[in-house]
Structure formats: C-alpha cells, structure tokens
Design a protein around this ligand. Structure first.
Ligand SMILES: [Zn+2]
Length: 83
C-alpha cells in the first residue's frame, strides 16, 4: 500500500488555540492567518511564520504598504495623553 502524504501546502499551519492567544506585540490586537504569515488585524504588521513558529519580533515584522515607521501604525502605543 502506498501512502502518499503530499505536504505541499502554502498555507502555514498554526494550531487554532495558539492563534487565539497570539496578539500583536505592539498594540495587543488580534492576528489573522494570511498565507504563510500572521497579520495584525489593527495595524497590518505582518509576522512571518518560520517552521511553524511565528516570528513575533517587531523589528523583523513587515510594515504594511505606505508605512515607513512604526510610529505610523495604529497599534503604536504612543497616543498623547496616555490612559
Ligand atoms: Zn498591530
């Protein structure tokens, strides 16, 4: 019997429960899985998934189009006036 397991999926597989606890490190907003990366639903930062492990380093996240600085992101915790 030939059991062929084709694992040619482009979609990264992250356990649902892990996905649910992961948040954007910048603004604690939820993330969504998009292709092989995690995207912040609020600021749009894109975190790569490497070998099934999300790389949550802000320094290595990809900025959304049109954004050149972290301070421009919706998640950036720099609102004047504090809380
Ligand atoms: Zn964010």
């Amino acid at each position: 019997m030939a059991q062929e397991e084709t694992q040619a999926q482009a979609q990264a597989s992250i356990p649902q429960d892990l996905l649910e606890i992961l948040v954007c490190p910048l603004g604690k907003a939820p993330l969504r899985l998009e292709g092989s990366a995690l995207v912040c639903t609020r600021c749009g930062l894109t975190y790569a998934i490497e070998d099934g492990i999300p790389n949550m380093l802000i320094d290595e996240a990809r900025l959304p189009a049109g954004v050149t600085d972290l301070k421009q992101l919706a998640c950036y915790p720099g609102e004047a006036g504090g809380r």
